[in-house]
Design a protein around this ligand. Structure first.
Ligand SMILES: Cc1ncc(COP(=O)(O)O)c(C=O)c1O
Length: 461
């Protein structure tokens, strides 16, 4: 059985403590863990995940959160503030995604708990709308293979058939002809990423949009990762294709406030071109003995803190703030990409943006990871082909980080070339947990999950 983290320093609560502990003691214990864990990413060597990294901003959001932490955002009669926050978060997100280009319908949205939540809401909406408007009982959607596993999860949960379209190995963009051939009468929506998690590339959304219009079906753009950075990159003149509501076939876009929106984890926005999609997924039960129940989305009760903090983050930055940070991120990403391109042994996958991914035909690129990890770098590992990706965030824009990356990468490439005949130690697991991948990958993943969950939750014998 795996040990509990921190068991060498702090008591483990296998059961509810008989007596409560003093608050100061608890807060001191929390401070120790938080400070040690923050030190890992504060170096700027960790890909993605810590999009903001600014403790002053975190403090500000904590204050906003604290004012409404105890409020239940479901009980709107008691908290009109939550209606204001949610409506304005959606309005500001639609502004960033060029919602004003929609003239034939009313764009709307729902604030959800994260990227997965937004994707679930979109898929549910297409499924329900397909049933209500087109009598579809066995819906299917088509996603590029590179689109996030949250789509697979949504299809698994809602009983939707998922068709996976191949991507061009060079550009990493979806094969639109394949998509066109696989649309049928039960297709409720197409999916494209702007950008995808793996390569930071944008699917040919104009072509997908034309196809969606032509076939009279939905097109969901997953901009969970890119939604609060690519539009600012576009404004700054970077080469980012149009993928938002300016395209007539785009019927929904997910954009995560809890990523490059710099809000706390637990918030994302699922926007819809036309409220008919959002309205299709409302749930209500009018004949329950407990009263008439309705909820605008999948969640029931939610803390008002998250809506307050997300709203506070967005209005504290505005266009000016987001543009300022995007500029630094795009510049840093370009400098890091130059470092990769300076090594002929490495090759960049597709045409990346703020997030880039590289592989090697000379050696297993995980050797590069093996060398960089002890230097404090945490990349995200990929497979088919083996590749490493770096989602550049604000911590990387600190002085000296791009330079350190270039220097460590040069040594890592030499190390990889010298060890190319040996198997690499690390492998591809989403989220950067690197471990040896074998043919028993399923068993391995189950063991990792068990380690993280079951065994630590079990009572000691
Ligand atoms: C492109 C993309 N879509 C969806 C998600 C899922 O987001 P979340 O982890 O917030 O559920 C991610 C997460 O990284 C992502 O990169």
């Amino acid at each position: 059985m795996a040990g509990y983290p921190y068991e060498d320093r702090f008591a483990v609560n296998h059961t509810l403590p008989e007596k409560g502990r003093p608050r100061e003691e608890i807060l001191a214990e929390l401070a120790t863990m938080a400070e040690e864990e923050d030190a890992f990413w504060e170096t700027g060597k960790c890909s993605g995940t810590m999009y903001c990294g600014d403790h002053e901003h975190y403090g500000f959001m904590n204050e906003a959160f604290g004012r409404f932490a105890h409020v239940n955002a479901l009980q709107r009669d008691m908290c009109p503030s939550q209606t204001k926050f949610e409506a304005e978060i959606i309005g500001m997100t639609l502004d960033v995604l060029n919602g004003d280009a929609v003239t034939d319908a009313q764009p709307v949205g729902v604030v959800t708990t994260g990227g997965t939540g937004s994707i679930l809401h979109a898929m549910l909406a297409y499924c329900e709308y397909g049933a209500q408007a087109r009598n579809i009982t066995q819906p299917n959607v088509i996603k590029p293979e590179t689109a996030h596993p949250a789509f697979d999860k949504a299809c698994h949960l809602f009983g939707i058939e998922l068709r996976k379209a191949p991507v061009d190995p060079k550009t990493t963009q979806v094969d639109v002809d394949w998509v066109a051939k696989h649309v049928d009468d039960n297709t409720v929506a197409l999916i494209g990423s702007a950008c995808n998690y793996g390569y930071g590339t944008v699917d040919p959304m104009d072509e997908l949009s034309d196809l969606a219009v032509d076939r009279g079906i939905g097109l969901h753009v997953d901009s969970c990762l890119g939604g609060f950075i690519l539009p600012f990159g576009q404004k700054l003149g970077y080469d980012v294709p149009v993928y938002d509501y300016r395209l007539p076939g785009v019927t929904s876009i997910s954009a995560d406030t809890h990523k490059y929106g710099y809000a706390f984890k637990g918030s994302s926005v699922c926007t819809f071109r036309d409220k008919k999609y959002r309205n299709a997924q409302y749930f209500f039960l009018t004949d329950w003995s407990g009263g008439k129940y309705c909820s605008p989305g999948i969640e029931g009760s939610r803390s008002g803190g998250i809506l307050a903090a997300t709203w506070a983050a967005m209005v504290s930055f505005g266009w000016e703030g987001y543009l300022r940070y995007a500029k630094k991120i795009f510049e840093t990403s370009a400098a890091m990409q130059d470092a990769v391109r300076s090594h002929p042994e490495l090759s960049m996958l597709g045409e990346p943006t703020f997030l880039f991914s590289f592989t090697s035909d000379e050696f297993d690129v995980y050797h590069v990871n093996d060398f960089m990890r002890p230097r404090g770098w945490r990349f995200n590992g990929q497979q088919y082909p083996n590749a490493l990706h770096m989602a550049v965030t604000r911590p990387q824009t600190q002085e000296g980080v791009a330079e350190a990356f270039a220097a460590d990468l040069a040594e890592a490439v030499a190390y990889a070339a010298a060890h190319k005949d040996e198997p690499a130690k690390s492998g591809a697991i989403y989220g950067g947990v690197a471990g040896g991948m074998t043919n028993e990958a399923d068993e391995f993943i189950r063991a990792v999950m068990a380690d993280m969950m079951d065994e630590q939750q079990a009572l000691p014998l």
